[in-house]
Design a protein around this ligand. Structure first.
Ligand code: DX5
Ligand code: ZN
Length: 217
């Protein structure tokens, strides 16, 4: 499957999303943070913007839903053009049904865990998913400090997947930079979201390549 680098457009200029997507043409996926001001204390964008962005770029869209009631909304994001749709398990009432609906519509289904949420209670769900997103900051804002305390959870998740013979992606989101990416890769992650590290760089595409090289060692 290989390393995937997913710049987060949360750190981009929302008035110029198509250009900002084009500025990271080396990216494997484009990470789109959907926030509803309820699940997290911030408000970003929703389905109409995802639909327009999907038409404006060839890069697959990786939609991270930080919203209440993802059971209701997640399938619509596949129809809007997302290649992967991630729901937070803390907000989801029927994760298996929601994952099946996302997959049935043709996207990857992923489950996200906040820093304080353990993976072990969800062991039985793993076979229903394509990816686990492990948050390494509290969801809601870009530019926060990487929480090193989450790294053992990456390792435990990879061990659980190996135990069940499952080859899911493990995605890391929050505070990923040239300083923090290697320890995540070493622990078993293979998809890396980076917002501020990429968009604050002088050359965002060069930063994508640098992150890929560091993760691939
Ligand atoms: C935070 C979002 C992240 C955010 C990461 O809640 O889920 O995707 O964009 O931003 P950085 O990479 O700046 O921590
Ligand atoms: Zn995110």
């Amino acid at each position: 499957m290989g390393i995937q680098i997913a710049p987060s457009i949360l750190s981009a200029d929302f008035a110029r999303l198509a250009e900002e997507a084009a500025a990271v043409s080396n990216a494997d996926w484009l990470h789109v943070d959907v926030m509803d001001n309820h699940f997290v204390p911030n408000l970003t964008l929703g389905m109409p913007v995802v639909e327009s962005l999907a038409k404006a770029t060839d890069t697959p869209l990786d939609c991270h839903l930080m919203i209440e009631d993802p059971d209701r909304w997640a399938p619509g994001y596949v129809e809007a053009g997302a290649s992967s749709v991630t729901f937070h398990v803390e907000a989801c009432r029927a994760p298996i049904r929601t994952a099946r609906e996302i997959r049935a519509k043709g996207a990857r289904a992923a489950m996200a865990l906040k820093p304080a949420t353990a993976i072990e209670p969800y062991e039985d769900l793993l076979s229903e998913l394509d990816m686990i997103l492990i948050m390494t900051v509290e969801p809601g804002f870009g530019g926060q400090k990487f929480l090193e305390v989450c790294v053992p959870k990456i390792r435990r998740t990879r061990q659980l997947l190996d135990k069940h013979g499952l080859d899911l992606w493990i995605e890391i989101d929050g505070g990923v930079s040239a300083d923090t990416i290697e320890q995540c890769a070493e622990a078993g992650a293979d998809v890396f979201v980076a917002g501020s590290a990429v968009y604050a760089a002088d050359d965002p595409n060069a930063m994508v390549e640098q992150l890929r090289i560091l993760a691939d060692q």
